[in-house]
Write a protein that binds this ligand. Structure first.
Ligand code: ASP
Length: 315
């Protein structure tokens, strides 16, 4: 697909708030073209992409690597644990060092909210936020929207008016924050479901419905997005026990039946089976989009890299 010179209005992808509806529609369209098998135009030929992950990742880091390579970029995965970061170098010094090597694209995951926004002011390449603390994970929300767009078309509908429940540990979830922004922008009816301890105090201002009971919250939902309990971000006890949590908030067949008949199930991964979702739901290809989310992840990241490099070219 030719972008005809269209490019992001901003030089980085730090937050869903950086995008307008036109950006998102174009990204989804471009992402859909990258869902097909290659060969692909080598639009990143001669470009260098550095993956800089300060937090663990399976899907995001690998999919950025594959996406970059499929489009012809040279991809470098910086092993943070073997780098000077382990010797005490600050984020900004590391960024300045990498910047001096003149990469074109820097994909960064960091445990602190806003780390990439700070870094983007210090480097001369495009910065992509691959997750900053509990703040945002914009590429996840975009790949989720792409997954839904393709799956919903099979049901003869689109995202407009879709009722979607995001369930579980909303408080610590960057996936939830990015998805709420994007799904609201696309005209969806978004609900959050979780125990009061795991719903942020200001969620009532996010333009969503808030529920603490799965039966109430899932009623008439078309899509259910389950989230992992982010134990690594919890200090103290937010739930009585994982067993009890599964009893009230874990998605199994019984709770799935509260939603609409053809309801679809999503999860950004990694999943904790038997904690937030049962295996028979997660592994049922009739309802689960989880593997399709991973597939769409590569396509959407190809689209993001392509769009950002297009901006560089036109800058
Ligand atoms: N992979 C997602 C993230 O990095 C979700 C999760 O870890 O639970 O935020």
């Amino acid at each position: 697909m030719s972008l005809d010179g269209y490019a992001f209005s901003r030089p980085h992808l730090l937050s869903i708030g950086d995008l307008n509806r036109v950006d998102v529609e174009l990204l989804l369209e471009l992402g859909e073209t990258y869902c097909s098998k290659g060969p692909y135009d080598q639009v990143l030929d001669g470009k260098t992409l550095i993956n800089l992950f300060f937090e663990k990742s399976t899907r995001t880091q690998t999919s950025f690597e594959i996406s970059g390579k499929r489009l012809g970029a040279d991809v470098i995965n910086m092993a943070v644990e073997n780098s000077s970061v382990a010797k005490g170098e600050t984020l900004l010094d590391t960024a300045a060092t990498l910047n001096a090597m003149r990469p074109d694209l820097l994909v960064v995951r960091h445990g602190s909210s806003g780390a990439q926004a700070l870094l983007s002011q210090k480097v001369s390449c495009a910065v992509i936020n691959a997750g900053d603390g509990a703040h945002e994970h914009p590429t996840q929300a975009l790949l989720d929207a792409l997954t839904l767009r393709v799956a919903l078309r099979e049901q003869g509908r689109d995202l407009t008016g879709l009722r979607i429940a995001i369930c579980g540990d909303i408080l610590h979830s960057r996936v939830a924050r990015s998805n709420v922004k994007l799904l609201n922008m696309m005209g969806c009816d978004v609900r959050l479901i979780g125990p009061p301890t795991l719903i942020p105090a200001d969620a009532y201002q996010w333009g969503v419905g808030v529920y603490h009971d799965m039966e109430d919250g899932l009623r008439e939902c078309d899509v259910i997005m389950m989230l992992r309990l982010q134990m690594e971000r919890m200090s103290g006890a937010f739930i009585p026990s994982k067993r009890e949590y599964f009893h009230y908030y874990g998605l199994n067949r019984e709770k799935l039946a509260y939603a609409n008949e053809a309801a679809l199930v999503m999860h950004p991964g990694p999943m904790n089976r038997g904690v937030e979702i049962s295996s028979d739901v997660a592994d049922d290809p009739e309802v689960s989009l989880i593997t399709r989310q991973v597939e769409a992840g590569v396509a959407m990241r190809m689209a993001i890299l392509h769009m950002l490099s297009e901006r560089e070219a036109s800058a």
